[in-house]
Design a protein around this ligand. Structure first.
Ligand code: PEP
Length: 255
């Protein structure tokens, strides 16, 4: 399938930044800059900011996402938030398996899979993060590893649910480091992920899957990364907190 037929999505991951008041302010700055975007635009905010961000996003076409959700619908899971809770607020997206969750909070491929299935069952669109650490890249196992992460994360996901899945290839060594994968490296791994999806669900499913790159994408390097044939947008951390930079990335994706 022609890349132009897939939906490119630029998603901002605000991580643990912004109070509700600051989030509302940032949305007011972002809104005019996102008007007429030629790609999907999503903002993934901290849980406590979601109400303010949803309110600000009304009528703008900007999608709103959370940064995690639990695999159960409710119960004795202190500190957790479930997919139905998010969906009932009007949240449409959720990041699952971000490397910071894997690195600092014990997230495993198995728990990522449980969260993915729960999020889909709850009606959310999942932004599933996969990616290798530097030693794994140096050992030459990136594509196998990312393929395995993808396969485990999608275990039990039905073909008809795939339209609600976006995969973000995020090399861990590039996240928040200012070090970006080359456009060739990004495309090679995004293509490998597409191959994994095709092997699981058929070529049409692989062709249709939106696969983002994430890892120090910014206003300066976005155009080259986003022009790659298998890169369908980006998951943006630091630069998503800077309205002008985020807007420049959105503009690059819309070309
Ligand atoms: C991220 O948090 O997913 C990310 C890609 O961060 P950054 O753009 O800051 O590297």
């Amino acid at each position: 399938m022609n890349k132009a037929l897939r939906r490119a999505v630029i998603a901002g991951n605000w991580k643990m930044n912004k109070t509700p008041g600051e989030a509302a302010e940032l949305m007011e700055q972002l809104k005019p800059l996102c008007e007429g975007a030629g790609c999907g635009v999503v903002v993934c905010a901290p849980f406590v900011d979601l109400h303010a961000v949803l309110e600000a996003a009304q009528g703008t076409g900007i999608g709103v996402g959370a940064q995690n959700c639990h695999w159960e619908q409710s119960g004795a899971f202190t500190g957790e938030i479930s997919a139905p809770m998010l969906a009932s607020m009007g949240v449409q997206y959720v990041i699952i398996g971000h490397s910071e969750r894997r690195q600092y909070f014990g997230e495993t491929d198995a728990t990522v899979n449980r969260r993915v299935r729960a999020a889909l069952a709850g009606g959310l669109t999942v932004i599933l993060c996969v990616g290798e650490v530097l030693t794994q890249r140096e050992q030459g196992v990136t594509c196998e590893l990312v393929g395995m992460q993808t396969k485990i994360a999608l275990g039990g996901v039905a073909p008809e649910e795939l339209k609600n899945v976006i995969i973000a290839y995020e090399p861990v060594w590039a996240i928040g480091t200012g070090r970006t994968a080359t456009a060739e490296q990004a495309n090679e791994v995004c293509r490998a992920i597409r191959g994994t999806v095709s092997s699981l669900y058929g070529a049409a499913a692989g062709d249709a899957m939106t696969i983002q790159y994430g890892g120090s994408m910014n206003a300066g390097n976005a155009a080259e990364l986003l022009a790659q044939p298998d890169v369908d947008g980006g998951l943006i951390g630091g630069a998503s907190l800077k309205p002008a930079d985020f807007a420049a990335i959105i503009a690059a994706a819309g070309k």
